[in-house]
Design a protein around this ligand. Structure first.
Ligand code: ADE
Length: 228
């Protein structure tokens, strides 16, 4: 999996991605992430990439040409077409299913919006997926891209040590994950549930299922409704 991130803040994207598990996966050559600065593709001597919106209104818009040139540069590097994910609060809300879908791709291009948005004409030409990470507004698309790249990365085989940790967790089976415990067996007067100490594998699996269901019912009943 090769990620390309079109952004005005490459340092922000590089710093966050080159940390912890995604860093190790990059070092091991399982994934890669290239942040490309849209400003490097400005077509004027001041390197400006924004302008006032036609029709008036507050704020500035990113111009079409630098974004398009940046995209063409990345496309040239990849040597073929790739999905272009535009991070925008007007997009479809990201979820685990979308993450699994994106994880099947070999290359993914993220386009981070800034200012008040991007000229619609370039979006029409290059964007394949408009995606939001939730019903709230961020100052820019970088954090949204990072959230998605992180979630997609951990589904790429070899990124996590243990494949099962990707399989039986919250959202992957339509339920939230059950509570978990480690040593000591008693902490602040609270004991680990008896069944987990029983060694009875079948009973433990049943307990996991029940607890997942209970937790989902309590915290995210909407997930159970969507199931029907
Ligand atoms: N840019 C600003 N807000 C966003 C959001 N909620 N999701 C994705 N990109 C965004």
């Amino acid at each position: 999996m090769n990620f390309y991130c079109m952004t005005l803040f490459p340092d922000m994207v590089n710093d966050a991605f080159n940390t912890s598990i995604t860093k190790r996966a990059c070092e091991n050559g399982i994934i890669s992430m290239t942040a490309v600065n849209i400003r490097d593709f400005a077509d004027n001597k001041h390197n400006s990439v924004d302008d006032y919106p036609y029709g008036g209104g507050a704020g500035m818009l990113m111009q079409a040409e630098p974004v398009y040139r940046c995209y063409e540069y990345i496309k040239g590097k990849i040597g073929s077409n790739a999905r272009v994910i535009y991070t925008t609060p007007t997009g479809k809300v990201f979820n685990q299913k979308m993450s699994e879908e994106f994880a099947k791709e070999e290359n993914l291009i993220f386009l981070c919006g800034h200012y008040e948005g991007i000229d619609e004409r370039v979006l029409e030409e290059i964007v394949t997926d408009n995606v939001s990470i939730g019903d709230y507004v961020l100052t820019g698309g970088e954090l949204a891209s990072l959230v998605m790249m992180d979630s997609i990365s951990r589904l790429v085989p070899g990124v996590l040590n243990n494949l099962s940790s990707a399989r039986y967790e919250s959202h992957s089976e339509g339920l939230l994950e059950y509570p978990q415990y480690t040593r000591p067996a008693v902490w602040h007067g609270k004991s680990v549930p008896e069944v987990l100490l029983s060694g009875n594998h079948k009973k433990i699996q049943e307990w996991y299922k029940e607890e997942s269901y209970k937790r989902t019912m309590e915290r995210r009943p909407d997930m159970l409704e969507n199931d029907i």
